[in-house]
Design a protein around this ligand. Structure first.
Ligand SMILES: [Cu+2]
Length: 855
């Protein structure tokens, strides 16, 4: 018997390692590929010129090769599936070629100039003025989503009013805080005295409830900027607005400020708590769970296994589910005054808290003329993505006396918002199709090594958005996820199926290979932007994080864990940023513009926010010309709040009159990323109650869990522990705690025999155990947690568990086994964010079913 048990333990210990290795091998050998009559070839997602007859890695970049659709000779009418595949294959090739073409263009060819023709100039020679704004900040109720919810309005409006100045003016902004909580306003992208930068506890103390604060500074620049609250999550619920500084000589062209934002019916504090507790409720709402059932259905079973082998959960391009998207406060915004031939300048700011947005236009090309308030040589594109906190000025033309759609699509493509330009018949822009998440997952698998590092591709310049790795997920560029699925969809539509040719034609339109997407490599300043002479100080940061515990850092350190970075006035800073995380991050520097080194030499564009995609290494430079403390951080609100940033501090700066007690201010500033989050889970089932409650922050976790049977023989158990997560990926968790276990004989029969001894032959103390425990938990491939501990009675316990295997989008599997001969397996069906129907079998309490509540 003992021998058998020993074998069983051994099997358990090696289960995940062996099986997962097999799975990996399976993936390498592409065993999921059924033998096909057509020869199968393999290509690299980044190097479409590669065609290999067997799977493996790309000889150019080392990335895992993907299966290539065979090219078939098509017969009209009879070969509809291949009609569908043809545009896909073509799109795949040209779509990717475009990437490399742009790359070449960036390195070897000057950008094609766009002739905007003659645009009249208006000269403003009025003497500089002091312009006063009074901003009354107050609570309000809005119904942007499905329910009436709290928001913050300024002067009764969401977004906040557009503040307009002319270069040379002085801004005098009185902020009247009528909220019952502190607030602040940050003037995003502005050069101003440090004390007016608006970062609470860094450049000023928070504006207390029912007080007034004055921001007064000279306007010494021009362009499209915006402003927002820098306190808590206020930016998410209405505190964003446009800040426009006109030049003295401005284009005489109709100009519309456009501020884009998201809305969630969930309190943003609750959003933040959900993100930290790694619930996948947002993924369920977005239909992006990437369950095993879906993986099998889409023939991506090994992709999913490989993904969990690398200890990753489902992948997504954005974190939060939103109920609505707004343009100037409306989902459908209208500007009907335009006629055929009119040109319009849109001054666009992404005032969202966490999303990136695609911008497309049904009336033709989009000409980008400025970014982050700085002019660029006009460049004509079909679409662009605007990162959180970025601004772009674009010019569009109204081709006819109709109403054209300027379409705003969040990167996860869950919904859209529209700005209609002109009046008459509506001309909609084509909607962006749903992302191919498994293609993205496969790409991520190829990019990540077993240590959780993003593998840098040798000989490739992954920088400045020039190669958008996410292209593998865009059906409009790389074809549909599964052509056969598409056939099925079309079957449903009956009629269209009969018009085979038209259908194929329609699909060609959908997967247009010639889409020109703006990237940073295309931005060129009209004037030289070289830095003044001075010593150059180079700094390097890795953008780091892990999605499982929602930790976001620079070099695995939060703001509160790192010192201020001292810089000297007069020197030049060069910062090299490498994104070693799975998400893109819009990094923003306060109070300065930086040059983005993008191959344009002396004409590198100036920006204040740079989007950095996973695997990219980008370089920025700026001249240190100010004084005081300036925040440099990821502008995804929930990343910033978890500590993803640094503070640049000018040496020998005069004291900031707005910060009377610098030590107190620093303590308060550091409190943001030290915040603890509460989480609880309680099952009430027919055989008893199981549950856990925990407080956790980035590094620490205090938790207590319990099993309560309804009868003594079903046992009572509680474990309380405190531990600290170690390492960048936080796979290690050493802890100490207290364990209480009471059980009378006579419960369900244990399949492993008597519970009097554990598998190590030690006498069990399950009947009445009160012990101090110390142990270490480690997350294994396949997301199994191995937990070894010893208690104060000298008893050892080894436990393997896996929580929340996504079987379907809402069904989760849980399992556990340990050397005390305890075992458990259960299923949970998620009904709402807080309630699941659950059933589980456990060695103490037997079979039960009921409800599980999650907070
Ligand atoms: Cu970020």
């Amino acid at each position: 018997m003992k021998k058998k048990i020993a074998i069983l333990v051994f099997l358990l210990l090696t289960y995940s390692i062996v099986s997962a290795q097999e799975m990996k091998d399976m993936d390498m050998n592409k065993k999921e590929t059924k033998p096909q009559v057509q020869p199968v070839t393999y290509t690299c997602p980044m190097h479409p010129e590669i065609h290999a007859t067997s799977p493996g890695n790309c000889p150019k970049c080392g990335m895992q090769l993907i299966k290539e659709e065979p090219k078939k000779v098509t017969k009209p009418m009879s070969a509809k599936p291949s009609e569908l595949q043809k545009p896909q294959a073509k799109a795949k090739k040209t779509g990717m070629d475009m990437g490399s073409m742009q790359m070449n263009k960036m390195h070897t060819m000057p950008m094609p100039k766009v002739n905007l023709g003659n645009i009249k100039i208006i000269v403003n020679d009025a003497p500089p003025r002091t312009i006063r704004y009074d901003l009354y900040i107050a609570d309000t109720l809005v119904t942007f989503g499905k329910k009436s919810k709290r928001a913050i309005a300024v002067n009764g409006h969401i977004p906040m009013p557009t503040l307009t100045f002319t270069e040379g003016d002085t801004a005098e902004i009185y902020v009247h805080n009528n909220l019952d909580e502190p607030t602040s306003l940050h003037w995003h992208g502005l050069f101003l005295p440090n004390q007016f930068d608006g970062v609470p506890n860094l450049t000023q103390m928070p504006i207390q409830p029912h007080t007034t604060h004055l921001y007064k500074f000279p306007i010494i620049q021009h362009g499209t900027h915006w402003y927002h609250s820098h306190s808590g999550f206020q930016e998410q619920i209405g505190m964003y607005g446009m800040f426009i500084m006109n030049k003295r000589k401005e284009w005489d062209i109709p100009t519309i400020p456009v501020v884009i934002s998201e809305w969630t019916d969930m309190n943003p504090k609750e959003v933040n708590r959900s993100l930290h507790n790694a619930t996948d409720w947002f993924a369920i709402k977005k239909s992006t769970v990437q369950s095993y059932a879906e993986a099998i259905g889409k023939r991506h079973f090994t992709t999913k296994l490989n993904n969990e082998w690398k200890r990753m959960h489902a992948m997504d391009v954005s974190d939060v589910y939103y109920d609505n998207f707004l343009i100037n406060g409306k989902n459908q915004s209208e500007q009907p005054q335009f006629k055929a031939g009119d040109r319009v300048r849109l001054r666009i700011a992404n005032g969202g808290a966490s999303d990136y947005f695609w911008l497309t236009y049904s009336g033709g090309k989009i000409t980008a003329v400025a970014s982050d308030g700085n002019n660029v040589e006009p460049v004509e594109v079909d679409r662009l993505i605007i990162a959180t906190a970025e601004t772009y000025d674009v010019i569009v033309t109204i081709p006819d006396n109709k109403s054209y759609e300027f379409l705003v699509t969040p990167e996860d493509r869950t919904s859209t918002a529209s700005l209609w330009l002109g009046s008459g018949e509506k001309v909609p822009a084509s909607k962006l199709p749903r992302l191919k998440y498994f293609a993205g997952m496969k790409m991520m698998n190829g990019m990540m090594d077993m240590k959780g590092n993003i593998i840098e591709m040798k000989g490739m310049h992954m920088q400045n958005q020039v190669m958008d790795m996410n292209t593998v997920m865009y059906p409009e560029m790389t074809g549909p996820e599964n052509p056969k699925d598409m056939m099925k969809d079309k079957d449903m539509q009956g009629k269209e199926m009969k018009k085979g040719h038209d259908m194929a034609g329609m699909d060609t339109d959908k997967s247009n290979p010639d889409i020109v997407t703006l990237n940073y490599g295309m931005l060129r300043s009209p004037e030289k932007t070289t830095l003044p002479a001075g010593t150059l100080k180079e700094l390097k940061f890795d953008l780091t994080g892990n999605m499982n515990r929602y930790v976001w850092t620079l070099d695995n350190k939060k703001v509160s864990e790192s010192d201020k970075i001292l810089i000297k006035k007069g020197e030049n800073l060069r910062i090299v940023l490498y994104n070693n995380s799975m998400m893109r991050h819009p990094m923003h520097l306060h109070g300065h513009d930086f040059r983005v080194l993008n191959g344009q030499g002396d004409y590198a564009p100036l920006k204040n926010t740079i989007d950095i995609m996973p695997m990219e290494r980008d370089t920025i430079e700026f001249a240190a010309t100010e004084s005081g403390d300036w925040f440099f951080h990821c502008h995804i609100l929930y990343h910033m709040m978890s500590g993803m940033g640094r503070i640049f501090s000018y040496e020998n700066s005069p004291p900031n009159p707005e910060i009377p007690d610098p030590k107190l201010a620093q303590r308060k500033l550091h409190a943001d990323d030290k915040m603890f989050h509460f989480m609880a889970k309680a099952g009430i089932e027919s055989n008893g109650s199981d549950g856990e409650a925990m407080f956790a922050n980035t590094r620490w976790e205090v938790s207590t869990l319990w099993h309560l049977g309804y009868q003594d023989m079903h046992g009572y158990e509680s474990e309380t522990m405190i531990g600290r997560y170690l390492g960048r990926m936080q796979w290690w968790f050493p802890y100490v705690g207290f364990d209480y276990h009471y059980k009378e004989e006579g419960g369900p029969k244990n399949i492993f025999g008597s519970e009097a001894e554990n598998w190590f032959g030690q006498k069990s103390n399950q009947d009445n155990r009160k012990a101090i425990v110390a142990g270490i938990a480690y997350t294994l491939p396949m997301l199994f947690v191995a937990d070894s501990r010893v208690d104060s009675d000298g008893k050892f316990r080894f436990q393997l568990s896996r929580e929340d295997v996504p079987i379907t989008s809402r069904l989760r599997l849980n399992m556990m086994i340990n050397t005390d001969k305890e075992y458990m397996a259960g299923l949970r069906y998620i009904v709402t964010k807080y309630v699941s129907i659950s059933s589980h079998y456990d060695s103490d309490m037997g079979l039960g079913a009921g409800l599980t509540f999650i907070y």
